[in-house]
Design a protein around this ligand. Sequence first.
Ligand code: PHE
Length: 377
Amino acid sequence: MSGTSSTSSTSSTSDITGTNGIKGTAELLARVEAAQQQGEQALAGAPTTADLKAAEAELLGRKSALAQLNTCLRDLTPEDRKLVGQAVNDARAKLISALANKKADLDAVDRARALQADRLDLTESLRTTSPSGVIQDRGHLHLVTQTRDELEDTFVAMGFSVAEGPEAETDWYNFEALNMPPAHPARGMWDTLYLKLGAPETVLLRTHTSPVQIHLMENQKPPIYAVMPGRCYRRDTPDARHLPVFHQIEGLVVDRGITFGDLAGTIEAFTEAFFGPGMHSRLRPSYFPFTEPSAEFEVTCPICGGDGCRTCSGSGWIELGGCGMVDPEVFAAVGIDPEEYSGFAFGFGIDRLAQVRHGIEDMRILLDNDLRFISQF
Ligand code: PHE
């Protein structure tokens, strides 16, 4: 080791002293100054602490330019030796202090970088990747909310406006104004949850969105073209096709000269717009106290496209909801003249729609908050 080192020193020294003997003191001093300047430049340009370590060995180590200059001292007169020796020591001291300053700077940069890396990011973003590479998703709207939004968009595009009404209703709005006087047998179609408010059985959780029709017609003169989505409640035991808390969307059109053909055409146009081309609707006679005539409407089974499958029991059709022409008794309850105006209404379950559209076997999973299910939509 030391042999190699002394060989290289010797050859370097000969650069300075040359074959003709000792170079001038002035030149040695110039070399000291040049070594210092180059050293300072090298330190200033070091981008990382690792680079700084390498520069330290090169500038101050045994093979450094300054160390080599030191070996030339022995050939000088004692006076010049003192002079050049002092210059070498000064240059060394300057480089050592420049090195310390640069190290402090780079340490500060490293610390800032580490702090930045460890920082908790509390800002929202759709998708983040953890330092270990795990992709993390922000939550999204529930399938039922997505379906409701899509339904609203579809109806708005068809020219409907969107209205809402209260979930706690009086008997009048949920039943009586809809042509179901007290003790009317048709009330049995809805298993009602009553609230302990006022006289017994006068305030309830709405069993359908049809009471919003009444609010709308009380507050707004025809023409009316509106859809009314919202939460409904029934005293049902949850099972694969029923939830005690569910969602409906109601449609109401009141204008001059509205016919059953307009109802059928609207349902058909909606079916195509919502489910896509090739999907159709059909009406089958039914009964609701607030519409006359009344119908149930069915749409092409979204699972099999009409070929017949388990979901549609082989028929190719899925029942979606009820509809009909607004009963004159309902117009009478809200003070609209049935001689001047006619209209139609329809209503269906949003959760049920999502269920058939996505082939969900059991509706109860909609309320389970199981991410393995929820994140599929
Ligand atoms: N409200 C009815 C139900 O809950 C559906 C319906 C709405 C029927 C409008 C006719 C007209 O079943």
